[in-house]
Ligand binder design. Sequence first.
Ligand code: SF4
Length: 343
Amino acid sequence: MATVNGEAILSVDDLRISFSTYAGEVQAVRGATFDLRRGETLAIVGESGSGKSVAARSIMRLNPESNTIVRGGEIIFEGEDLLKLSEKRMLDIRGPKIAMVFQDPMTSLDPTMRVGRQIIESLKQHLGMSGRQAAERAAELLELVGIPHAEARLKQYPHQFSGGMRQRVVIAIALACDPQVLIADEPTTALDVTIQAQILELLRELQERLGMSIVLITHDLGVVASTAHRIAVMYGGKIIETGTVREIFYTPQMPYTWGLLASIPLPTADRSQDLIPIPGTPPDATDPPKGCPFAARCPYAMRICEDEVPGYTTFSDEHRAACWLHHQMAPNVERPARITGAK
Ligand code: SF4
């Protein structure tokens, strides 16, 4: 998909979020900076524990209040820093302006309540619609997300829907107030492959039709190729590479991104090549590395990588990566064959 050039609707700058735990302070997000533009889908990709979901929940202020520590940064939406708003003010934003879809639709749905009532309550509460208006709108919303026989389906309970259909219902509820931003946190992870593709296609269609901006959080780089405009790769609480989908897939500049690409089937790669998982585990967030977060797993790590955080090198208007390999004093390294072969 062509990149969307335009103003940012949401700007996250140097976000630092920790959690206070018995094991110590978990530094989940350690200086994440990214923009979401009007009418684009930005995919934030990284392994479990990279900080991507915590960053997404910070936008909605959904991290547990009791032990979340905001160490710094800001999240600007409509000229206001969401991190500084009162909870009362957040109620005007969470749902009506920025909505979220989670991995497991059952966590968002009340199993004891008919689906129609769940959508209607949301419409009445946030938009002040009458019962009749809300019922009509609820049926429209189910049709919008591709659920046939909407009027009959509104009378059913969540358990009467398949996993994919339940996720469509959750998306319908998220769209009820016509939000400007939709955050989808691993929306397809709990679904089988065919249904995954259908939900991703639905998100792509809705984004185009409604002109929404979407943040798509996923651990699977493979699912974003046809859904996103841009990709931000996150690791160890930091955004370590950003670029258009094309740039990240065809000219990745950071060994962690090379590793992610080597671990998924590429449509243009030689199918006979094996998929290679990234060896090792993500860094301990209670004692994060001093330098590059990927240093302990990186086959190209140099001494400086352990001691100093690499700055960003810019490759195009959209593409930048944080890696010491791009420093003028670094040795030339050959990219893995599977990555160069993907060109
Ligand atoms: Fe590897 Fe060093 Fe680049 Fe980090 S900065 S990805 S450790 S080469």
